[in-house]
Design a protein around this ligand. Structure first.
Ligand code: 5GP
Length: 204
């Protein structure tokens, strides 16, 4: 059986990557979303097992020691990681998997899974990103400055990615992600081209 594909979506805070992910998943294209584990405290309305698996640091560290993560990172002082077991089961069953993780994590995934496909979501401009972060009205000025600084250093790593998507009009950004998924399924690998040759030889 041909394995599923591992898609990784990241981008600075305020680019709308979470919304893009939700839209892509709601279109029922068979892609599965990996639920991350984190040591941060749940925000209001967040559900264990749906938004994250919330864990104590000790639990997280023991899973690191068991080699239970595809990747993990320290983001703003909390651990976040992608549990390995579920993702590998899906991929082995031929199902595509989507990870929404930060840039450090995405680069680790690419090292461990060279066939993974990395997508970077960009704001239309740095000014628009600042407006979006300010417009949320939830963060203090120093938090916004910290997020802006992180955004520019994250964008500096875009060369490690395979695709960039500018999130100006949401529907268009979602279409772009879907087009990438579709295109990646048409990309020939040694495995898929050999399977095609076998199939067509039998059919002649
Ligand atoms: P938040 O605390 O706002 O939910 O997420 C903070 C950051 O952590 C976001 O950039 C998010 O993409 C990232 N993140 C969420 N899950 C993971 C994960 O499993 N691994 C890594 N490396 N980053 C993650």
């Amino acid at each position: 059986m041909v394995k599923g594909k591992l898609f990784v979506l990241s981008g600075p805070s305020g680019t709308g990557k979470g919304t893009i992910c939700r839209e892509v998943l709601s279109r029922n294209n068979g892609i599965r979303l990996s639920i991350s584990m984190t040591t941060r405290t749940p925000r209001e309305g967040e559900i264990h097992g749906e938004h994250y698996f919330f864990a104590e640091r000790e639990e997280f560290i023991s899973l690191i020691n068991e080699d239970g993560f595809i990747e993990y990172a320290d983001v703003y002082g909390n651990f976040y990681g992608t549990p390995k077991k579920q993702v590998e089961e899906w991929l082995d069953r031929g199902q595509d998997v989507l990870l929404e993780i930060d840039v450090q994590g995405a680069i680790q995934v690419k090292k461990n899974y060279p066939d993974s496909i990395l997508l970077f979501v960009l704001p239309p401009s740095i000014e628009v990103l600042r407006e979006r972060l300010t417009g949320r009205g939830t963060d203090a000025a120093d938090v916004i400055e910290r997020r802006m600084a992180s955004a520019t250093s994250e964008i500096g790593l875009i060369g490690e990615y395979d695709y960039s998507i500018v999130n100006d009009v949401l529907a268009e950004a979602v279409e772009s992600v879907e087009a990438i998924i579709k295109g990646e399924h048409m990309r020939l690998t040694r495995e898929t081209s050999e399977a095609i040759v076998r199939r067509y030889k039998q059919e002649v």
